[in-house]
Design a protein. Structure first.
Length: 95
């Protein structure tokens, strides 16, 4: 099987992966903000964040096996803004 454009994009490394997950989370939070007033429930936000991360990880893992996962991954990878700064490791990693 030859590498597809998405395969080549994913081989660029963990920084692309980080941007992808961040974009999924950002899109989820924007959707939540558009549906809720300023009285957003913390439990709902936390559940949506966990679900966004899980969905990002799942689609990344199974994009070759699932058309839906592939479309989800491609959509979010394509929507990462070019203006985003490169991700950096946070302190406290212990290395």
């Amino acid at each position: 099987m030859s590498d597809t454009p998405i395969d080549l994009k994913l081989t660029e490394g963990m920084k692309v992966y980080a941007n992808y997950i961040a974009r999924v989370i950002q899109n989820t939070m924007e959707e939540l903000d558009s549906k809720n007033s300023s009285n957003e429930k913390v439990e709902q936000r936390d559940h949506l964040l966990r679900s966004a991360i899980y969905t990002a990880l799942y689609s990344y893992q199974y994009y070759r096996d699932s058309e839906g996962a592939r479309r989800f991954l491609e959509h979010h990878l394509a929507s990462v803004p070019d203006t985003w700064e490169e991700p950096e490791l946070l302190g406290g990693l212990g290395e």
